[in-house]
Every structure is written in C-alpha cells, then in structure tokens.
Design a protein around this ligand. Structure first.
Ligand code: FES
Length: 143
C-alpha cells in the first residue's frame, strides 16, 4: 500500500534506508566534530588570592595544563600574561624575575607581551595564551 503524492514521491524501502543512513551518518559526524573542537579548548582558572604567587604585580606561577606547563605572570594590577613555560632553545624551564622572562639554562630572554625572542640563543618565540583577569582568579585559554 503506497501513499504517494506529487509533493512526496514514492521511494523504495532500499532507497529510504540508504538516505536515512546518510542523514544519520552526517549527524553523527557533525556532533563528533563539534565535540572535538570543544575539547581542544581548556579554560584554566588559576586563583590569585593573597596566598598566591600571583597576588602581587611582578609575581609568576607555573601551572600544569593540557598543553604542558605554562608560566603565568602578573604584569599589572589587572593584567596577566601566559606562555608556554619551556624555552624554545633546549626546553629550559623559564623564570620571571625583574620583569624579564628568562631561561636559566643558556640565558635566552623573551618579551613578556608577545613571547618573541629578545635575546638568544633561542630563535623561536614561546607560545602565548590569552589570560583574562577575573574576580580573584585569572583564566587562561589553552588551545
Ligand atoms: S634552553 Fe633556554 S636558552 Fe638554552
């Protein structure tokens, strides 16, 4: 028994199943790709209370993230910067002292605004991350 009209043409069972399968497959693909995008962003919330090393301007803290260790520095009262904590020369762990982001291994220095190399031997900038101040915390967007 077929109930076909000019607006809804009849299709066979096999054609219907193929089309339904394509729609279901496309839906699954769309959902899984949006989840992959969402999971690629980590919002890392770091407290900056009075007992934190970020409590005062000039302070810094190394934290673990999905992208590895990050160094967060407090540049001003309401301004932070975040970078990969590893030197691009030979992966020395960076330090923030005297308003400089420096590597203790061989002396490379990096710009605290952009992560570009200020002084070698490193030649490649360190990766910078967006750091937004919040109420009692700083949130770093890790991609
Ligand atoms: S590892 Fe940092 S300067 Fe060499």
């Amino acid at each position: 028994m077929e109930d076909c009209t000019e607006k809804l043409p009849c299709i066979g069972r096999r054609e219907f199943l193929v089309k339904a399968g394509l729609v279901a497959g496309a839906t699954v693909l769309k959902i899984s790709s949006s989840r992959a995008f969402a999971s690629s962003l980590e919002e890392l919330k770091v407290p900056v209370g009075t007992d934190s090393s970020l409590a005062k301007v000039g302070g810094s803290q190394i934290v673990d993230s999905s992208a590895g260790k990050l160094i967060i520095i407090r540049i001003a009262d309401n301004k932070y910067a975040a970078f990969s904590a590893f030197c691009t020369h030979k992966r020395g762990l960076l330090e923030y002292k005297g308003n400089q982001l420096a590597c203790p291994k061989h002396g490379s220095k990096f710009d605290t605004a952009s992560g570009r190399v200020v002084e070698g031997p490193a030649e490649t900038p360190i990766k910078a991350y967006e750091a937004k101040p919040g109420d009692g915390s700083v949130t770093v967007a890790v991609k």
